[in-house]
Design a binder for this molecule. Structure first.
Ligand code: GTP
Ligand code: MG
Ligand code: NA
Length: 349
């Protein structure tokens, strides 16, 4: 059984939720970055991706206390690939794209606002695809006289709060749970360890102070390695999707790609669907990997490996990518014959 665990890939995690619930800010806290501040009007308008390596996960979750009588928490996955999506109502397509790619989603809900229109839309997207998710009940620092301590396990932190703060927390939690149940969703707090087939787990967080983020990440890791290890077992069969098509200074039009399974190398011939039904056949000139724990959509320094293996977010440099289509998947042709077959295949899509 343990043998297959050697082959776990990083799960793809999509962050979804209503506008301004704190999706980007949560990732900023995880990365120690400030991407949110650089966004126009503080609104996310693109889909992003971050490779979070195992050492960052280890460091972050070391404060998580195991439940009484159980083993300390051990990370068996090589990392997480986290996709940030916009919450603004105009960007439904990007939410749909992100949620279709992921192994597990984080649904961010503002504890002060409860369920909002794009919360409901996101739940529907996830339910339609049968994608499991964890609810991050964010902005707990806004509870009256909340006392922050991101170095504490959330359970201990909650116990430390003043009585009236605990009462407000319980009140807002049960009102959020009620609103979620009106959407056909049964929820339980993450530490109740209830059957994940019946209940979605809730983890309270603050993206500003960092409270609860260790528990959120530990819950995401556990869910993947314990509840769905088969789903995140690495496969050699290529599974690669275009997230965004865009200009990269010095490289022309490039594609941001989620390589979930399989591998890619410089010189590979890729066949992608193109606009107007004309497939693109081109060779990979470079693979640009952002530094670990850095956002793919933000200009950064890149490593340029000769080949990469899933699961990772990567920028691909090649000729003729102008008519590539965000959201489409692509394949690698090993010989001339295959190019023709793949061209037909990508036209059908
Ligand atoms: P879109 O991507 O535009 O949908 O928004 P978002 O969900 O990524 O939210 P964003 O990270 O842009 O945060 C929105 C606002 O809420 C910003 O002003 C953040 O500083 C603030 N914010 C986010 N998380 C928290 C939190 O935990 N506590 C408090 N007090 N403010 C927060
Ligand atoms: Mg955002
Ligand atoms: Na925002």
């Amino acid at each position: 059984e343990n043998r297959s665990l050697d082959h776990l890939r990083a799960p793809v995690i999509c962050v979804l939720g209503h506008v301004d619930t704190g999706k980007t800010k949560l990732l900023d806290k995880l990365r120690c970055t400030n991407v949110q501040k650089s966004e126009a009007g503080g609104i996310t308008q693109q889909i992003g991706a971050t490779n979070v390596p195992i050492d960052v996960l280890r460091e972050l979750t070391k404060i998580v206390r195991p439940p009484k009588g159980s083993q300390p928490f051990k990370i068996k996955i090589p990392g997480l690939l986290i996709i940030d999506t916009p919450g603004h109502e105009h960007f439904r397509l990007m939410r749909s794209r992100g949620s279709s790619l992921c192994d597990l989603a984080i649904l961010v809900v503002d504890i002060m606002h409860g369920v909002e229109p794009q919360t409901i839309e996101s739940i529907k997207l996830l339910q339609d695809r049968g994608t499991p998710f964890i609810v991050a009940l964010n902005k707990i620092d806004r509870l009256f006289e909340w006392q922050s301590n991101p170095k504490k396990d959330f359970w201990d932190l909650l116990k430390m709060q003043k009585d009236h703060t605990k009462v407000e927390f319980e009140h807002r939690l049960s009102s959020a749970k009620l609103q979620l149940s009106e959407q056909g969703l049964n929820t339980k707090m993450y530490y109740e360890y209830s059957d994940p087939k019946e209940y979605s787990w809730i983890v309270p967080t603050s993206a500003i102070t960092g409270d609860g983020i260790a528990n959120l990440i530990a819950t995401v890791v556990k869910y993947n390695q314990e509840i769905q290890p088969e789903k995140i077992t690495f496969s050699e069969e290529l599974e690669a999707t275009v997230l965004e098509v865009k200009q990269t200074i010095g490289h022309g039009i490039t594609i941001d790609v989620i390589l979930k399974n399989g591998s890619l190398k410089i010189g590979d011939t890729i066949v992608l669907p193109g606009s107007k039904g004309r497939p693109i056949v081109t060779q990979i000139r470079a693979l640009l990997l952002p530094k670990p724990n850095r956002e793919l959509r933000i200009k950064t320094e890149y490593a340029e490996p000769k080949n990469i293996k899933g699961c990772q977010g990567v920028k691909i440099v090649a000729k003729g990518l102008k008519s590539a289509i965000a959201g489409s998947s692509f394949l690698v042709a090993r010989c001339q014959n295959e190019i023709e077959i793949l061209k037909d295949l990508s036209q059908e899509k």
